[in-house]
Design a protein around this ligand. Sequence first.
Ligand code: ADP
Length: 680
Amino acid sequence: MTAALLDPYEHRDSGIAAFASESVVIVDRDGQVRYWNPAAERLFGWPELAVRGCKLAALSPTPVDEERAWSQLMQEGSWQGRIGRYARDGDIVYADVRRHLRYDAAGEHCDTLEFALPASGQGEAGLVSDRIMAACWEIDISPASEIVSRIVARAGLAAKGELEDLFLNLVEAARIVEVNERTARLVGGNRGRALMVGQSVAVFWPFGSRRILAELILEAMGDETGKTFHRRIPTDGILRDPIVSLWRADAGRPGHLFIAVNGAADDDRSYLYLRASEARYRKLIDYMPVALWQVDASHMGKIYAKLRAEGVVDFSRYLEQHPQLVEHAAASVPVTDVNRSAIELIGGAGPHDLIQPVGYLFVESPASLRRVMVGRFTGRRNYSEFMKVRTLDGRVRDVRFSVTYPEPLVELDTTIFSMEDVTERLQMEAQLRQLQADFSHAARVSTLGELATSIAHEVNQPLAAIVTNAETSLRWLARDEPDIAKVGQLTARIAASARRADGIVQRVRGMAAKQAPDPVELSFNDIVQESLLFIRHELETRSVRVSTSFARGLPSVFGDRIQLQQVIVNMLINAAQAVERCDHAAREITIATASEKSGNLLFTLRDRGPGIAPEHLARIFDGFFTTKDQGMGIGLAICHSIVVAHGGQISAFNRPGGGAEFRVVLPRTRGLAAAGPVYA
Ligand code: ADP
């Protein structure tokens, strides 16, 4: 057996020694017990809790022999022989032991390993010897000393009911000093040892056997010999035929008592199997890369059942009207366990910092807790959303938060919370979005550069009209009899031309402005028409005709106006360039909008140009792919990224009769909005 298998101080409970049928004890250099496995508990009757830190030699009925054995061990490194040891009930247990010294990396003796088996021929007898020691408690009854004296004084005199109450008060006043891990699991509902320590014994002791415990306490307090008292208690559903043993701690700890609960022997194996598989799962869960919280919301379940019985249906509304119920949950639903990733995410020195009511998880997103509660109320199996969580040192993290609710009819009412830290991912996505926006802005500006001549011409036209009309007006005014009516007409035309020029300038400014995408609900037909206005002159100068077919009653799309215009303008420019060198008859672009059967929106653009070489078809949406001398190869790449960012698809084909066809599919408003993440 190697040291790693018996890593005694760090992983005492998952160590293989916990499952050994041989007694395994580790004693440090000062002779104090550091580890005592369940088989040692069984053989000698002492629970680990009671002997850890005690001198092993103190349990020897023959100290001189014991000392000799230890000095031989020190000289030879190992020792083998028969020893006697005081068992808890005062009997002497004989065992065949092997002891080995262990050394640290520097070669120094660090501790001693003792293996022991019952000495052959020695039968195990008595009430508890053949049993597995399941749970062990150290309790302090000094806060109950007054109740003890009252019971002693009233014994035989008091009415039965009065005494009954005093017994219950006694268990309530007794405090838990320490429990072993098995106790925490068996009776503490996995609330965690830390939460049991310091609490009243009554909170965790099975209700039906409180009176028995009180009687045992009284018996032990009336005894000065250090005897152990045993009583059977009703089964708690976990242990078969449990027996409670109770004895007073040594004089150094006045008012302290030890309680051990032992189950029938054939529970031994199944208990150890259970323990082994539980240990495996615990380990697995502990090392999972996702932060996990185990939460006990059982008492909320009862409140929900009551509300349901009272006829509450819209629980979300109910919580809005009764915010105190959310506050109650935050303050009273305890976290019962957490794994390492949870501690890494939230911070803290250990699990204890996180084992407290769940409220601390929702300080940044109080509405999330409400939604978690609504999920449970409405009988969901799980629920998930993005939210913000505050770490113990005050940082705020973005997390994907999921809840798995307990299955109905399963006895253990445990809810699991999980959190995945997505802060970095969200930051990266934001950076990427910014980069895409910058890129598409750059592309727009470069398109404007290409269109500069057309734009200048477009603005010049109304300006020239303004000048002509203004000069004519002046002439009409200069006459001896100015024709005011004529001047009025001309001034109206001047105003119209000025508005047209302003419209063009606004469109150019929209394209040139660097602004964050601003998704709103839009009419796609409007976007196509605005795009056509934008490059109307460009198309005219190349003698390219555009025939349009706008479907009526199209669903609206959710998106950024300028970016979607950019997609259409880019495709129109490409098509115009493609047909430019063709015959006049072929210089035609056909565009159409339609709604697909699925409700999505379809935009098609066809030209009668040379089409796309088949070997290029797969590459035209790649960045910097171009077949043009002056081309940059970013137009279609930008179209692709804008369409994808809008939840849509863009594709290109060659038409059977010649020419290229581009298709853009965009989801209708509801589809896109529902696909977006939900932020609290
Ligand atoms: P650029 O126009 O600068 O080359 P794009 O990304 O807009 O960049 O287009 C990439 C390539 O796709 C073009 O070089 C061309 O080969 C091809 N292409 C785009 N539109 C058409 C079209 N309507 N007909 C034929 N080829 C096209």
